[in-house]
Design a protein around this ligand. Structure first.
Ligand SMILES: Cc1ncc(C[n+]2csc(CCOP(=O)(O)OP(=O)(O)O)c2C)c(N)n1
Ligand SMILES: [Mg+2]
Length: 571
């Protein structure tokens, strides 16, 4: 005879769960009570966060770093509501997070009971699937289904809401399902037909200026090698979305960086000049392509596991290939090899090298007035191991990281793209460190973003998760200030964070190491010390208040209107 809470813990462990992030409370207390025994025999780790938003972000960071669903839990009402931002963040970025929420007892539902919230009603719009259980015996089935839904097709979050009385309910002879069974869900794992694959390949071979756009789907499908092979065979350069950065090693010579609203100029220019684009595992959001006009004259091939991504576009897709990127790319490579046609596209490659050199000379300048974000990031890259996992907050520092942080291994760049959630960096770093304890994890954060979830610094200390937070400390909500300066006639308002906050003391007050890096040398020394001491560390790096994140676009603008230089002197 097993009670519901036992069934839940055993089911999670059976699916491979190694860690759960959360906070206990009235409605998930029995779940914790059973977890207690399983932590004693080290079958599972339970990590106490300081706010449930961090539990969801940590599960998300865990998922993106490992490729395996991250699990979080919260009590009913305020606990579960605190998960909302983190779950929405995971949904927008297609990350497999599983949330187990406690709920008021079945008999109390709908009565404005203590800590009651309609979590399914709220979560169903921001999850791939959300279910409230009504029988304890259903737990194994829905845990199995949840993992299957979260990880198949386009990955995404799943919520299982468990009324409190089910945790303690006795169950007898419950069937442990061998396979998932969900009516009407098939994971979207279609394969593209060989005719369509040939059509796509012939468009690419005959292109004069082919370009590959890589999104997060390449990472989820583990298709990095296939993308590089195809790029090589076609002589087609690669650009990426913000999340697609995590899929391409940046030392690949034909990678031009992130394109889009704050994208690298050479990536945007290459996109504008290209004639055939192959979009792999990217949904082409309004951040990547702010104006669909910019793609209208091109031939477009789109590979995506989610057919709605192909169907919903406002521009024409010439060939849509629905299925897992790795499988489809293998078919494309086979088709290409059998056609045996390799065209050097020398003019196109020459032009791209020219663009790259031209813009790099523009980015990598240093007038000696204050620390330059690009040099801060180069300094960090030089002292951190190749497989370092970087997370970010949201703002200018995120855009500088997108532009100048070199990702050298897949799955080592974790950022909130679709939702743009400030406060993501530290908890996501904590989750990534739990998933990959042998990798260095660095949170490249903004001062504003860091302060949104810095209350979780003690988690890194108490759980012995030595993540390093680098604070790009411009004392301002920099990205908002920049938009006010550039597009609201300089009416900078409600963005200054003041000069009193002391990040070193804040770190030390939690028992972390704190450093104030006044130079690139200071920064390198502090990072080396953090690595040596191996405890959670905060390094504050002062950045001039008016340092811009460029390129950018005017509001509503197209990639043709890129603003590459600041109109007034900064520094
Ligand atoms: C939760 C949340 N609130 C508000 C915003 C709007 N927003 C976008 S960037 C930004 C400023 C971020 O400041 P900081 O973290 O210091 O980064 P910086 O731009 O200065 O590098 C704000 C307020 C947001 N993205 N997320
Ligand atoms: Mg800031």
């Amino acid at each position: 005879m097993l009670i519901g809470a036992e069934l839940m813990v055993q089911s999670l462990i059976r699916e491979g769960t190694k860690a759960i992030f959360g906070i206990p409370g009235l409605s998930n207390m029995k779940f914790y009570d059973v977890l207690y025994d399983y932590t004693k025999n080290e079958s599972i780790k339970v990590i106490l966060v300081r706010h449930e938003q961090a539990a969801a972000h940590a599960a998300d960071g865990y998922a993106r770093a490992s490729g395996f669903p991250g699990v979080c839990t919260a009590t009913s009402g305020p606990g579960a509501l605190n998960l909302v931002t983190g779950i929405a963040t995971a949904y927008w970025d297609s990350s497999p997070v599983i949330a187990i929420t406690g709920q008021v007892p079945l008999s109390s539902m709908g009565k404005l009971s203590f800590q009651e919230a309609d979590i399914i009603g709220i979560m169903q719009h921001i999850t791939k699937f959300a279910i409230r259980l009504s029988e304890a015996s259903e737990i194994p089935k829905w845990v199995k289904n949840a993992f299957y839904i979260a990880l198949t097709g386009r990955p995404g979050p799943v919520v299982i809401d468990v009324p409190r009385d089910l945790w303690t309910r006795n169950t007898n002879g419950v069937n442990i399902p061998q396979a998932p069974s969900i009516m009407g869900y098939n994971g979207f794992r279609y394969r593209a037909g060989s005719e369509k694959v040939k059509e796509a390949i012939s468009l690419l071979i005959n292109a004069e200026k082919p370009l590959i756009i890589v999104g997060a789907g390449v990472m989820w499908s583990n298709a990095t090698n296939e993308v590089l092979t195809l790029s090589n065979l076609l002589n087609a350069p690669i650009v990426s979305t913000l999340l697609g950065k995590a899929a391409i090693p940046h030392d690949y010579p034909l990678y031009l960086g992130m394109m889009g609203y704050y994208g690298r100029a050479e990536a945007n220019q290459a996109f504008l000049e290209s004639d055939v684009v192959l979009v792999i595992g990217a949904r082409i959001s309004d951040r990547t392509l702010p104006s669909p006009k910019d793609i209208e004259s091109k031939k477009v091939i789109m590979v995506n596991i989610d057919p709605t991504d192909i169907e919903k576009q406002s521009f024409k897709i010439d060939v849509g290939l629905v299925g897992d990127a790795k499988n489809i790319l293998k078919d494309m490579i086979n088709a290409l090899t059998s056609l045996g046609k390799k065209n050097c596209k020398c003019e196109w490659i020459r032009r791209l090298i020219e663009l790259k050199e031209y813009y790099e000379a523009m980015y990598y300048q240093d007038d000696g007035k204050g620390l330059k974000p690009w040099r801060v990031l180069k300094t960090l890259r030089d002292v951190l191991p190749k497989d370092t996992i970087a997370t970010t907050g949201v703002g200018q520092h995120q855009m500088w990281t997108a532009l100048f942080w070199d990702v050298l291994k897949p799955r080592t760049f974790i950022t909130s793209g679709g939702m743009g959630t400030m406060g993501f960096g530290l908890p996501a770093a904590i989750g990534a460190k739990v998933a990959k304890p042998d990798s260095t994890v660095v949170n490249l954060d903004g001062d504003g973003s860091f302060l949104m979830t810095a209350n979780n610094l003690p988690v890194a200390i108490e759980e012995n998760l030595p993540v390093i937070s680098i604070i790009f400390d411009n004392r301002v909500l920099g990205l908002v200030r920049q938009v006010q300066e550039m597009f609201f006639n300089g009416r900078e308002f409600s963005v200054d964070l003041g000069y009193k906050t002391d990040f070193v003391k804040l770190a030390e007050s939690f028992g972390a190491l704190g450093f104030d890096a006044q130079s690139y040398e200071d920064l390198a020394t502090a990072v080396k010390k953090a690595l040596r001491e191996n405890i959670a560390t905060v390094i504050r790096v002062p950045i001039p208040r008016d340092e811009p994140a460029l390129p950018t676009l005017p509001p509503g603008g197209s990639l043709k209107e890129m603003i590459i230089r600041a109109s007034r002197k900064t520094g």
